[in-house]
Ligand binder design. Sequence first.
Ligand SMILES: Nc1nc2c(ncn2[C@@H]2O[C@H](COP(=O)(O)OP(=O)(O)OP(=O)(O)O)[C@@H](O)[C@H]2O)c(=O)[nH]1
Ligand SMILES: [Mg+2]
Length: 357
Amino acid sequence: MEFGIVGLELSGKTTLFSLLTGHEPAAGHGKPGTQVGIAQVPDPRLDRLSALFAPRKHTPATVRFVDVPGIVKGGSASLNVPELRTMDGLAVVVRGFPSDAIPHPEGSLGPARDLELVETELLLNDLAVAGNRLERLGRDLAKRKAPELEAERDALERCRVALEAGTPLRRIGLSAEERRLLKGFTFLTAKPMLVILNAGEEEAGDLGGATARAGLDGLAAQPGVAVSAVSATIEQEIARMAPEDQSAFLADLGLPDRALDRLLRAAYALLGLISFFTAGEDECRAWSIAAGTTAVKAAGVIHSDFERGFIRAEVVPWEELLDAGSFAACRPRGSLRLEGKEYVVRDGDVITFRFNV
Ligand SMILES: Nc1nc2c(ncn2[C@@H]2O[C@H](COP(=O)(O)OP(=O)(O)OP(=O)(O)O)[C@@H](O)[C@H]2O)c(=O)[nH]1
Ligand SMILES: [Mg+2]
C-alpha cells in the first residue's frame, strides 16, 4: 500500500512522514522536497505469533509513504509529482497547531479552509488532465469514429462536469467500466483521502474534540474519506523514544495510542484492507489484502506459483492457533480448516497454502 502525503506548506507533512517511517530526511538529499519511506505496520497479533514460533524472520506488513513539497494556492502544478499519481491514497495534512514562529501560508489557522484549498488544487489538477485528454480525443474522433474512444470521452466528460461543479471524483460513484476507462489518468480526487488534523500539543489529550472543533468530523461520512488527528511534533518525540518508555509519555499526554497505530488503522479501514498471516519456524509474516479477497487470490499475493498451483488453504484464526500452541494441536480441536479457492479470507486468519507447480 502506498500513500502520498500532501497539504499546504508548513502544515507538518515532513514531521509526520518522519514519525511514520523513522526516516529523517537529510537536507539536499535526493530530489528536492520529495522523500520516500517505509512504515512497518504494527500488529500485536503478528508479535504474538512470532513469540510462539520464534521464527528466523519476523516480517510485518509495510506501507510506503511519499512526502512531497507543500501545495501552493493557485499552483496546482505543485501537484504534478509523478510519484503521487500511482498512490493508493492521499494523506492530507491540515495544520491545527498554533505557532507564532511558523508562518501560515494563509496568515491564520483554519483547518477546514485549508482542506478546501487542498481539495480545490486537487480538483484543478484533475480538471487540467481531463481537459487535455478531451481535447485530443475530440481531434481523434473528428478523424475517425471508434466506440472505445467514444466511451472514454463520455466517461471523461462526466468527470469534467463533476470537477467543474467542485465535486471530487471519489464522490460520483464511478462504474467499474468507467474506472477501467479512466484508470490511466490516475485522477487525484478519485483516490481515497485520509484527512489528518495536525493539532497543537495542548490538544493532544483530546484529538477527537480537536477534530470536531476544527469542523472536520463530518467529513468521514463522505465516500472515500476518513479523518484522523495527530500532534506531530510531540508524537514524533515519543516515537523516537525506547518502546518501553512510550506508553508512560502517551498516558501523560492523554493520547490513547501511538500515532503510527492510529494512522495506519485509519488507512487500512479507508482502503478496506485486512491482514492475514503466514507463520512457522522460518518466518512469521503479515500480508495485506482487500477485504473480500478469495484464498486463491490471497495466495497470489505471496507468489504467483501459489495462485497458479493452488490446491487448498489450511486456515486457523490467529487466537485459536495461539490457544492451541501449534498447528498440530489445532487438528484435534477442529480449529484448522481446509478451505478451497473461493474461501473468502478473514482478518486475522493464519494460512498455510498447499500448492503444486
Ligand atoms: N508546534 C508544532 N509545530 C509543528 C507541528 N508539526 C510541525 N511543526 C513545525 O512546523 C514546521 C514545519 O513542519 P514540516 O513538517 O517541515 O512541514 P511541511 O508541511 O513538511 O512543510 P513544507 O514541506 O515546507 O511544506 C517545523 O518547524 C515543525 O517543527 C506541531 O504539531 N506542533
Ligand atoms: Mg516538508
